[in-house]
Design a protein around this ligand. Structure first.
Ligand SMILES: C[S@@+](CC[C@H](N)C(=O)[O-])C[C@H]1O[C@@H](n2cnc3c(N)ncnc32)[C@H](O)[C@@H]1O
Length: 210
């Protein structure tokens, strides 16, 4: 048995609905690997339960797996706003939000996150950045203004399959985007940060000043 399997056998099992969502995503969607999955999903759920957010913003819903995990930590009247640019995912997202019985807690926005972030007239307790890797820094700069002091940002895929420590290929805009974001966050004195080397790397960022 490898360590990954050992870990999965010694944490809480994946919820039935999330397992079903994962199976349907694998059957019907291109790049099903984008879905958070059992281990990362549990970590998102736990972080959200520790933070107990009143409101969450998610950039990049895909089929809704991480949305369902993050929503588990919301306060009783809490809401998660999740933005997905690809309207082809809308049907499966809504199907599983209903199955998970959380449709009322979720506001799904179909469109480009860059067009919506500035429009929120309140601040978030927790933000999950998991959209286009080339735009991470653009999202971050806008989002930080919409996070409460003491609030958190989680950024996924920050190790980008190890490419962050390899020689950068000229045409690789994705790695470039992740590197720009990582360097900016590392030097940003308005926040505290740590990288969890789980799956593809998650940076946990805590805002300490404006
Ligand atoms: C890695 S997947 C998200 C996976 C999902 N968070 C999960 O863990 O199951 C990235 C998603 O971001 C979406 N996306 C890319 N650029 C975006 C943008 N500018 N605004 C909103 N969504 C975007 C893509 O269509 C894709 O579905």
């Amino acid at each position: 048995m490898n360590l990954s399997n050992y870990i999965l056998q010694h944490i809480d099992p994946e919820d039935k609905i999330l397992k079903e969502l994962s199976r349907e995503t694998n059957l019907k969607k291109l790049m099903p690997r984008m879905l958070s999955g059992h281990l990362q999903g549990k970590i998102l759920e736990f972080l959200s339960k520790m933070i107990k957010p009143e409101n969450i913003l998610e950039i990049g819903t895909f089929t809704g797996y991480s949305t369902i995990c993050l929503a588990k930590g919301l306060t009783e009247n809490g809401k998660i706003y999740t933005i997905e640019i690809n309207d082809e995912h809308e049907e499966i997202i809504n199907k599983y939000l209903q199955k998970a019985n959380i449709s009322e807690k979720v506001k799904l926005i179909i469109g480009d996150a860059n067009d919506f972030i500035d429009n929120f007239d309140f601040n978030f307790d927790l933000v999950f950045i998991d959209g286009d890797k080339r735009q991470y820094l653009e999202y971050y700069k806008k989002i930080l203004q919409k996070v409460k002091i003491g609030g958190y940002i989680l950024a996924d895929n920050v190790l980008w399959d190890g490419k962050v420590v390899e020689e950068l290929q000229k045409s690789d805009e994705y790695t470039k985007g992740i590197l720009e974001f990582n360097n900016f966050a590392a030097n940003d004195l308005r926040v505290e940060k740590v990288i969890l080397p789980v799956r593809d790397g998650i940076t946990i960022i805590r805002k300490i000043s404006d």
